[in-house]
Design a protein around this ligand. Sequence first.
Ligand code: URA
Length: 253
Amino acid sequence: MNHSSRRAMLAEMGLQSWRLRAKQAAAPVAGPCVASAATARPDGVAQPPSALAAPPVAEAIRPDVRQMDWNALAQAVRDCRACELCRHRKQAVLGVGDRQADWLFVGEGPGAEEDARGEPFVGQAGKLLDAMLAAIDLRRGEQVYIANAVKCRPEGNRTPHAHELAACRPFLLRQIELIQPRLIVLLGKAAAHSVLGEDKPLATLRQKRHALGQIPVLVTYHPAYLLRNLPEKAKAWEDLCLARRLMQALKEA
Ligand code: URA
């Protein structure tokens, strides 16, 4: 990405103005993705792996779902009536992108626009997600797959309940098994809850390397949260930089 489009992306993420404010305070802030001396490790991970138990992927998938190829999975998601979210959906939203992607980003659940269009992250939060991807030289659909923890829109865009996350988890896990991403980035608490079984505050989950089976997992803020809490974008930028360093290390390993 050239310098001006990168600047445009950072501006879109709100990092440019944050940089200016921080410059006044003479603090080094959201610059290029480099590890600081305090946090650098050769594998690109800012802090030691968390002590979380890594939930196994395969065992957690219902045997019937485990047999499914992409077509069968898409059909099962379309037909699913496992929780009440199916009552209000226009359509189920499976996911979008490269089915052999290195990167998997997991959000919470479709909103109104996603429900109408059948694609994740196409509204305002999606624009920010695209900008976040672009800031680390990624594009939707190119080595990137985007999915959600639940495939049907929670009415009023509420956070999905635990039992709804649990009902949809086999589908998400099967997607992960089919894609076999090198790295999973969880966007927000609901995704962390679903994939890692973690219900801790997001601030304690980010900047740590988690795992789902053998697959490394990082956690960062949900773009919709960032739209409401602009100063947190700088932390999301740190998380993206960590993700990029980790991906580099994984490719070199
Ligand atoms: N928020 C999400 O978590 N997912 C979407 O697809 C859209 C908004």
